[in-house]
Ligand binder design. Sequence first.
Ligand code: COA
Ligand code: AMP
Ligand code: ZN
Length: 430
Amino acid sequence: MYLHAALETLSRNGIEKLQMERLRKTLNHCQNSPFYRNRFEEYKLSPEDIKTLDDLKRIPFTTKTDLRNNYPFGMAAVPLDKTVRLHSSSGTTGNPTVVLHTQQDLDQWAEAVARCLYMVGLRKSDIFQNSSGYGMFTGGLGFQYGAERLGMLTVPAAAGNTLRQIKFITDFGTTALHAIPSYASRLYEVMLQQGIDPRDTKLRTLLIGAEPHSEAQRKRIEEMLGVKAYNSFGMSEMCGPGVAFECPEQNGMHIWEDYYIVEIINPDTLEPVADGEIGELVLTTINREAMPLLRYRTRDLTRILPGACPCGRNHVRLDRMKGRSDDMIILKGVNIFPIQVETILMKFEELSSNYLIVLSTNNNNDEMSVEVELEELFTDDYSKLQWLTKEITRQLKDELLVTPKLKLVKKGSLPKSEGKAVRVNDMRNH
Ligand code: COA
Ligand code: AMP
Ligand code: ZN
């Protein structure tokens, strides 16, 4: 039932004692990071000032902007020759974020993912297929190493090519699949087109996450594919998957408190919210070597569920994510900031500054279209417009990693918004 029984079933007191021990170590270790050394000096803080878990509040938050400003290696707390991997966010507009790992970090990460997979009943005898992008997407290598650690036969199918995914599921007898929820629906549709009843396959367990989804969507996926689907939460800054995961009770995601100290704050006042209220998740890593993060503002909105979980784990449970406190969009498991779109569009003098991003679902495929107004007096030469469409689309794809549909429209035809422009119209049906 438990992969790491002693850690998973720690009492509340036991968790807090371990957290304090690890926090102390982390704070001392942070003095090796140029970023945190300066931060501590600036705030006239020293690791000894933090005597209780409550004292953590004296430390300022760390934000994505800090990571960007210290691109690429300014956050590192170990010399580069001790690091063995980096993951970077997409995009070239502004500095992307970089997360560094030592071998010990990768081992800990694999253990965390293995713990999650074991928790939902997966064992050595399972065949595990992963439809996440590999490379920089942490859902790829993150699940890969966790699944291998449990000794499962793994199928690193990676993203895309739905027919091949289905062939692997049927031919290899895949029993467990990691897929983002919107892609699970796509798989179902293509299976039906192929005359395959998902219930005739060996697929029994689905791990879904990486994008917000509802309880109704989970139920639909379970019914469609004849599986149990478990919510999986993670983010690259915290390694990737394996941060919080549902147990067999399917009632909130246990966040591993031997790895993270959890706070929920009001994103406007930055003060803690009352117990059980929705706010922004703030995490402090307490087992990381290469790049510890103190009070990192995830921008994800959620709450801590009250009460004990019948599974016997006392690590608190997070409710499913309710949205973001910034304007990040997640499309096909890819994170996109509207400013990335805007920066590309602004490079073209043929375009005016008014644009709209429309997200929609077509045949169970999520899509993004970018509608942008042409400058007045610009040509109506069809071949020139065609060339322009192709070139902007190419540059957007390079920046975002997803392919948008581009619509060039006449000046004045997009709605003009009063005050802050509304740039995103999300019409996806999930
Ligand atoms: N996971 C797996 N496959 C996906 C997917 C996803 N999140 N989103 C789309 N796909 C599939 C599509 O169904 C399509 O396959 P098909 O035509 O055989 O059905 C194929 O990928 C290409 O998708 P398309 O929408 O035409 O291309 P795109 O250029 O807009 O997107 C992707 C390219 C899919 C490669 C890119 O969106 C991606 O890498 N997504 C995965 C991100 C990821 O893994 N995130 C981490 C999760 S933890
Ligand atoms: P990335 O760093 O690319 O892995 O993206 C991390 C982000 O994906 C998180 O900050 C969340 O916004 C989102 N995310 C990850 N898992 C989930 C989940 N289970 N439910 C909702 N959103 C999620
Ligand atoms: Zn539980």
